[in-house]
Design a protein around this ligand. Sequence first.
Ligand SMILES: [Zn+2]
Length: 315
Amino acid sequence: MFPALALVLLTAAPAGASREGGVVRLAQRNGGVIGVVTTSTDLKALVAAVGGERVAVESLAPALHDPHAVEVTPGQLARLKSAALLVRIGLDHEPWLARVRATVKDPRFVPGGPGDLDASREIELLQSATPRVRSEREVHVHGFGNPHYWLDPANARPMTQTILDALARLSPGDREAFARNRARFLERLDAGIARWTEVMAPYRGARVVVFHDGWPYFAHRFGLAVVATVEPAPGIPPSPSSLAALITRMKEAGVRLVVVEPSSSLSIANQVAARSGARLVTLIPSVGGDPEAGDYPALFEVNVRRIVDALRGAP
Ligand SMILES: [Zn+2]
């Protein structure tokens, strides 16, 4: 909701003000806020961390969702139309966004448009050389590199820089405030990264299997070895034969943990655990996906604790 911005528009927009720049300049002059819409709760958390009180931000997708079944409400579409910025993960992470763009029909939000911000811009992607599994557009198959890059907390540094630059372009007078907010946020996050790295250190090299291939950045940061995925390709459930091959591989490799998410198929996950002897651990893929993961640092606090608890207890 952007009540302050709406009020500013109603009361102060002069006839003929350009829609793109005018909204934000007016909002700024009148002490309003910058309307930002994100495609994920993680991006929402990072925008809020940098923008502070100067932004009103909401996520189009809930914390836990199937990337092919995100329903955007008319109210959210209206708020996107009045927003100054759309921040997204990019790559093929948001197949549902094409439909939103077609409905909104706003040239500012086309890829590369003045109101479009691809947060992956400065990220060093993993798996970017993986041959494409399928070549259809608008499908979440990790076809351009793995898109789950927000799960390395160190990637918040380039992501918040990209966000800061975009917000400061919209509201140049706030650049210093945004920079202060970001510095404060990164200070807290860096302290967290140091702590999480330390508690994960004894488990460096621990072999895990993941249900969906959403954890390579997290694993890379904290020294876990992802041996295999339960889904043979992103979004594809395993066949009985691929499941059998997975179990054999897990036993050979001595895999101790299977990382599942709240949205993973529990019947398949339980089968994998029962047949392999490995333990299931549920990690939270996004801010708000669990009551304990209320903000970006808390997301890692929860996930690191769960991994450590599971590995401590694992045979
Ligand atoms: Zn994915």
